[in-house]
Design a protein around this ligand. Structure first.
Ligand SMILES: *Cc1c(COP(=O)(O)O)cnc(C)c1O
Length: 399
């Protein structure tokens, strides 16, 4: 079978909910992936930051295969010998008190919504079914009904209603808007430290710090969705560290498994999680021993192999390199760590054709929201590899 055969199979049998670049990958190692014809590409998307540790990291692979031969799933009806260790290690690493393990990012978001609502009724004293959660315009938190219900992206939500009530949306980066939106029934503010899918939108300096202050003054729980920004991507373990804060609740996913397996978690830094009692929430696969073994090793390699510092250094190098681009249609180049956005002016037209040209030169990346290309390679990228990426981008963008 050749590449076209695989594409035909996908197109004829699969739901058409994605429009991927036509590259059929069959192998990956570190920052590099190979297609079925043996052509090599640098992966500058890293599965939306799920493979921060690089493709097929040997230590995570080993942890996974060892655990898979021993025990994979018990359900939470019984205990297993990996869950407690995972809890302890992730709590110590992130300075959290409690963990709720889930599988996908969207599930972590759903779980946190349930948790803060419960806290709102039982602790804050919000009248039954009146809890409100404040979110931001242009957010991305996943694809379930309640999550797309509070999205401002028409494509994500049109045709999927009705949606659950209880969400208010405000402009991102605007603390005054947050202050104005809070009512006595507000239980939480849910926000991404940097909006990834919206096009790597970095809020004003100190935004999260101010937001936390306002939340505290109003007895509102601050929830940071670090599913994309967390686990080293921005040059810190968690992006909240750039603002010197610790959120009440933090969501992690994606790179929590280094791309091997869906693992997500709600990390709690307050008493909010204490309101959940047996039978009120759960997941068949959440907290399974295979997921825990994989996540434990994924966290260890991130720290022990210096990937977080590397993300800071290589991110700066990447950004500095891109700032030498001269194409007059570039609107802005921005980034933090290895989460970088290259935004074009509207008259440049969609960025997707540039991504197709970059693919031809051996660099895979993706446009977000039309005008912006996001560069987010695995955090194991080397200086030479960054320089190669910048040169390749220069060839395509500056012509
Ligand atoms: C990817 C992502 C999610 C959803 O994660 P899934 O595993 O795809 O459900 C939620 N929030 C943010 C910020 C994300 O980037």
């Amino acid at each position: 079978m050749n590449a076209q055969d695989f594409i035909t199979l996908e197109e004829s049998y699969g739901a058409h909910n994605y429009k991927p670049l036509d590259v059929v990958l069959s192998k990956g190692r570190g920052v590099w992936v190979w297609d079925v014809d043996g052509a090599k590409y640098m992966d500058c998307l890293a599965a939306y930051s799920a493979v921060n540790q690089g493709h097929c990291h040997p230590r995570i692979l080993q942890a996974m295969t060892e655990q898979a031969q021993k025990l994979t799933l018990t359900s939470r009806a019984f205990r297993n010998d990996q869950l407690g260790l995972f809890y302890k290690e992730i709590c110590e690493l992130t300075n959290s008190h409690k963990v709720l393990p889930m599988n996908t990012g969207a599930e972590a978001v759903e779980s946190v919504i349930k948790t803060v609502r419960k806290w709102g009724y039982e602790v804050k004293g919000v009248p039954d079914n009146q809890a409100e959660i404040i979110v931001c315009d242009n957010n991305f938190h996943g694809r379930t009904i309640s999550i797309v219900g509070f999205s401002s992206d028409h494509k994500a939500k049109t045709g999927f209603g009705p949606f659950p009530p209880g969400f208010t949306s405000i402009p991102f980066g605007d603390v005054q808007a947050l202050e104005r939106a809070i009512t006595p029934n507000t239980v939480a503010f849910l926000v991404e430290p940097i909006q990834g899918e919206a096009g790597v939108i970095i809020p004003p300096d100190g935004y999260l710090r101010e937001a936390q202050k306002i939340c505290r003054q109003n007895n509102v729980v601050l929830i940071l969705d670090e599913i994309q920004t967390g686990l080293g991507r921005t040059g810190k373990l968690l992006a909240e560290e750039h603002d010197g804060i610790e959120a009440d609740l933090t969501l992690v996913g994606k790179a929590l498994s280094g791309g091997f397996y869906p693992v997500s978690a709600v990390l709690s830094n307050s008493e909010v999680m204490g309101t959940l009692r047996p039978g009120e929430h759960g997941s068949t696969f959440g907290g399974n021993p295979l997921a825990c073994a994989v996540a434990r090793e994924a966290l260890k390699v991130l720290v022990q192999e210096g990937m977080i510092d590397n993300a800071a250094r290589m991110g700066q190098r990447f950004l500095d390199g891109l700032k030498t681009l001269t194409n007059p249609l570039i609107k802005e180049i921005r980034g933090r760590g290895l989460m970088i956005g290259l935004e074009f002016l509207p008259q440049a037209g969609p960025a997707r054709p540039l991504c197709i040209q970059l693919k031809k030169k051996g660099l895979l990346c993706k446009d977000t929201h039309g005008q912006t290309i996001r560069f987010a390679p695995p955090l194991v990228i080397t200086p030479d590899e960054v320089d190669w990426a910048v040169e390749t981008i220069k060839e395509v963008v500056d012509g």
